[in-house]
Design a protein around this ligand. Sequence first.
Ligand SMILES: [Zn+2]
Ligand SMILES: [Zn+2]
Length: 351
Amino acid sequence: MKAARWYKAKDIRVEEVTEPKPGAGQVKIKVKWAGICGSDLHEYVAGPIFVPVKTPHPVSHDIAPIVMGHEFSGEVFDVGEGVTRVKAGDRVVVEPILSCGKCDACLHGKYNLCDDLGFHGLSGGGGGFAAYTTVGERWVHKMPEGLSFEQGALVEPAAVALHAVRLSSLKAGGTAAVFGAGPIGLLVVEALKVAGASAIHVVELSPQRGAKALELGATSIIDPSKENAAARIRELTPGGVDVAFEVTGVPAVLQQCIDATRYEGETLIVSIWEKEAAFQPNTVVLKEKSLKGTIAYRDVFPAVMNLMVQGYFSADKLVTKRIELDDIVTQGFDTLVAEKSQIKILVRAPD
Ligand SMILES: [Zn+2]
Ligand SMILES: [Zn+2]
């Protein structure tokens, strides 16, 4: 079958690989649509980050080259021995988590905090940029009626955003700022609407992304090249917001997030970082503020899909391009690097 595999930074190849067979407890999925994620782009431009290159990943036992694609939907094609929750023909999305099941976090059900955390489609074991892939039954979620396969490919990134907002201290009627309106930042805006935020200030350089944030529910857009974003936020919401979401990974933005929050405010870091970021601890200390991180998601896929049925996280508003797997490098990765107006590019799986 055809699949897109990561060899090294700037070297992703669409090639023939062996079609996987479902082992005991595994589900074989015929992929329909798969989204290209910001972390895929990181692996392409500056990887490896999550891709195992020196030693095999402890859960998948795989090493580069690995099949990419962790945001995908598909149809169950076949099931291995002992699988009972799904059957051939079911429409599903995959929660692409690799976790050990044995560490302290796993034993407490917090599988996204696993010591050996990896992702199906980044850390081996197969992926969604392929005709087929196999995953453990536990990670397969049936899609509700009325949700398209394209919409299904957005469940994973929307889950990142919903988990972040659930983890934050925001309460209904509270105020928020979102620094960065890339795909995850935009989904955070929608998740904040779900949570009942009364003000959502979005800080974004790109006018196209700013306009999209407004369409999705932001209450104001601030261009940080034109004004001091934190000062403007404190003007719009006197004293500052309850929670600032850091979704850029740009070092200078961390201090701006802290400065945009009120006393006892919270800065939630959603980004994955390529380097260190500095901040003045007194800005946290003197106002009893807090700083927190969030990674991936846990136990939110069903909620995300139910919200999608209600119209949230709509593919119609977020998908800017649909391409074939053969064109994934030129029309997918290279396009995302070059065009800030792109939000989500979906890849159609080959037959
Ligand atoms: Zn992703
Ligand atoms: Zn674990």
